[in-house]
Design a protein around this ligand. Sequence first.
Ligand SMILES: *Cc1c(COP(=O)(O)O)cnc(C)c1O
Length: 374
Amino acid sequence: MSEVDYLALAGAGVQKLRPYEPGKPVEALERELGISDIIKLASNENPLGPSAAVDAAIAAASQDLARYPDGSGFALKAALAANLEVDTAQITLGNGSNDVLELMARVFLAPGRNAVCSAHAFAVYPLATLAAGAELREVPALAADAAQAYGHDLNAFADYIDDNTGLVFIANPNNPTGTWVDPDALQALLKRVPKRVLVILDEAYCEYQDQSQRPDAVALMREHENLVVTRTFSKVYGLAALRIGYALSNPQVADLLNRVRQPFNNNALALAAAQAALQDQAHVAASVALNDEGMAYFHDSLPALGLSILPSQANFVCVDFARPAQPIYQALLRQGVIVRPLDGYKLPQHLRITIGTPDENRRCVEALKTVLAE
Ligand SMILES: *Cc1c(COP(=O)(O)O)cnc(C)c1O
């Protein structure tokens, strides 16, 4: 036993934190159950992996590992700026978009301040908020029988914002529900939120959305200087292992984020890979098409098993088992199928299943059939 209670010395917010629970790695399940031929549909990764162009970019970048990476991310920012029609001064690169979410919390939150997000929203929002010593204000989600079941109730957000609010987090589509927000409701909220409150629109899954129902975030930023958009190369671009994402914001906010970020928060391989991945939009389109196919398959197969799916425009489905889902999760593990339990998201009767390859999807449905018959 240590002589000092270090927990008591930690910041008040940190004392309340639980570590982020990642999806179970394939290797961990192999070790635990001694089984092989495992499929992982637990972390919303791209089952196709990254663009083939990424290999060559990484090979080239790995010739120079003794050198520090370009701390300004010049080439990647230039490519993003051209693609998105924004100025490079509006871009902040992060070690994953998690990193930029944390930077936002570090810059705009502090003890005595608060952040607003929806119930059942992405776990990093509470983590970043509490780690910064701020209070989290959770807006109740839409009802289970609403069109966007368990989704963000944007009309209610403004009621939770007060003089001490620094940040508002909106995940569109949201993880773990898959639900999305109505562009008009987002526009209306932005009109109501005071400009001193930064609104973060987290678009980690935006490429998978029905583009006709997606807000034009860059256009909205021109109207609302307090809007910050975050995106990632971890999902449709298939680069989760490399940790790279970015924020778009007004230049002054980007300057503040750059003051607090680590000088070399993006490694050289990630910078090169992201740039190559960005150029291959055909791979993005192929990944989205495969996802659409898998989404249709789950919508055909799961209701036949008596299961319902929350509305989703992402690369996963949030499945309602109408009973405690933890035993089902455990039984699926024994079948070699890793999905994501959602007790931490206060959805103990749901499991989140990432859409995989057609083979993986079939195996998952077969495993579900077996498990539900047990
Ligand atoms: C996966 C995810 C992210 C991105 O994480 P990275 O740090 O970029 O890997 C951000 N927001 C949401 C809602 C996510 O699900």
